[in-house]
Design a protein around this ligand. Structure first.
Ligand code: SAH
Ligand code: SF4
Length: 438
């Protein structure tokens, strides 16, 4: 009889990609994928520790799986990724959820097969949260998509923004050698992939730890020559070290998409300093101006944290003011969530949850008007989109993305999934656009 696996992925694109590696490991071990946890013999939760919310989700999922285990004694449950990479969390998971068979951190992927074997033999929870930066370039992956692919270029982060847990759970920066990345991109092109998204907590740091002094701009420049790849995306850029050379490569490089995800976090210099972001609002706004002037039609998106410890109404007003000035295409906003071991965990946080909620709403209210206004600029234009698939409710409505990463819906009798096509924009909404095939 076949054995089945089910993976739940929380958090960012890097986690999504790690789950593609976990899928490949499990399939090599003879497991087949299932969408329902009830049908699985092994369930893996790939966790996120960036905020409290995804951590709470892990607890609720594990509660459900405990119930499943009552019916299926042999069900194997594992929790991996960023959350257990912090020792306190690993111990909490082990003590609170006795039915978990295996707890593994972000560095344990290459050891996963043997860890599963050991945990199956033992009658107790096995834990591997060693921070050994195990070599993982030889791991294969099973990608969800056949036309777009994640391509990690740098692991870890050295920035230590005071609110952020990432440097603690993903370790120091490690750039993958340029030849390895180029070879992987060539292989993806040969397999028919049209789009690659280069991943890193801060792609601008790429190469700083390598011998040959290559920069992220050099890497993008080289990738641009790979035949078959039509679109190159990248995320995330840290504003403090986004170079002029990078802006030039995005402008010149035909395949490099005109989109920057450039998290600002706050518009108040006082808060930015406490966050250890190492730029001022003036520098940030200059950078945005520079990007917009150099690259016509560019899209810029951002992240905002509201209610950082000590954020007064005045600081928050400065953030709202920055939103008006920067005029982002879209913004992802988050309530500050205290994370253990980070510097900000020691800061006094007097802002009530109610005020944080209100600030979130105020950000969203302003941003919605701006997003819609910018989307309206596309009205009547013909734009290239990459078709991602039919919509869930109506198979005749397909969804694609512009080079600037905006969602476009359009009608088609043919399934054009995975194709690059032209669409004329007929309606602009806040979160998406509607169009018709040209
Ligand atoms: N490396 C990326 C992303 C880090 S996490 C970067 O530097 O931008 C993604 C987003 O989560 C961050 O941009 C930030 O807005 C948010 N975030 C990180 N830590 C947080 C915390 N403790 N509370 C609330 N939001 C947080
Ligand atoms: Fe976290 Fe800052 Fe690193 Fe981004 S740059 S991962 S926010 S520490």
């Amino acid at each position: 009889m076949n054995k089945n696996y089910h993976i739940v992925t929380l958090g960012c694109q890097m986690n999504d990609h790690d789950s593609e590696a976990i899928a490949a490991i499990l399939e090599k071990m003879g497991y087949l994928p299932v969408t329902e946890p009830e049908e699985a013999d092994i369930i893996i939760i790939n966790t996120c520790a960036v905020r409290k919310k995804p951590e709470d989700k892990v607890a609720s999922l594990l509660g459900k799986y405990a119930a499943l285990k009552e019916y299926n004694q042999n069900l194997f449950v594992a929790v991996g990724g960023c959350m257990p990479q912090q020792e306190e969390s690993a111990i909490y998971l082990k003590n609170r959820f006795h039915h978990v068979n295996l707890i593994f951190g972000t560095h344990a992927l290459p050891r996963l097969p043997e860890l599963i074997h050991t945990a199956k033999e033992k009658n107790e929870t096995v834990i591997d949260i060693k921070e050994d930066y195990a070599e993982r370039d030889s791991l294969s992956v099973i990608r969800k998509s056949t036309f777009k692919a994640w391509l990690p270029i740098i692991y870890g982060c050295n920035n230590y923004c005071s609110y952020c847990v990432v440097p603690y759970v993903r370790g120091r920066e490690r750039s993958r050698p340029m030849e390895v990345i180029l070879a992987e991109a060539e292989k993806l092109a040969a397999e028919g992939y049209l789009e690659i998204t280069l991943l890193g907590q801060n792609v601008n740091s790429y190469g700083q730890d390598l011998q040959n002094q290559k920069t992220f701009a050099d890497l993008l420049f080289a990738l641009n020559y790979i035949e078959g790849i039509e679109r190159i995306r990248f995320m995330t850029s840290h504003p403090k070290d986004l170079s002029q050379k990078l802006i030039a490569v995005v402008q010149e490089g035909k395949k490099v998409c005109e989109h920057f995800h450039l998290p600002v976090q706050s518009g108040s210099n006082r808060i930015l300093e406490k966050m250890n972001r190492r730029y001022t609002r003036e520098q940030y706004l200059d950078l945005v101006k520079n990007i917009k002037e150099t690259i016509p039609g560019v899209a810029i998106t951002s992240d905002i944290i509201v209610g950082f410890p000590g954020e007064e109404e005045e600081d928050f007003q400065a953030t709202l003011d920055l939103l008006e000035r920067a005029y982002f295409d879209n913004v992802f906003s988050f309530k500050y969530s205290g994370r253990k071991n980070t510097a900000a965990a020691g800061f006094k946080d007097f802002t009530t949850n109610k005020v944080k909620e209100q600030r979130l709403e105020r950000v969203n209210k302003i941003q919605q008007v701006i997003s819609k206004d910018l989307n309206k600029l596309l009205f009547g234009q013909a734009v290239e989109i990459m078709v991602e698939g039919p919509s869930k409710n109506n198979r005749e409505i397909l969804t694609g993305r512009t080079r600037t990463n905006k969602l476009v819906h359009f009608k088609s009798h043919k399934d054009l999934t995975g194709k690059l096509i032209m669409v004329k924009i007929t309606e602009a909404r806040t979160w998406n656009l509607f169009g018709e095939l040209v």
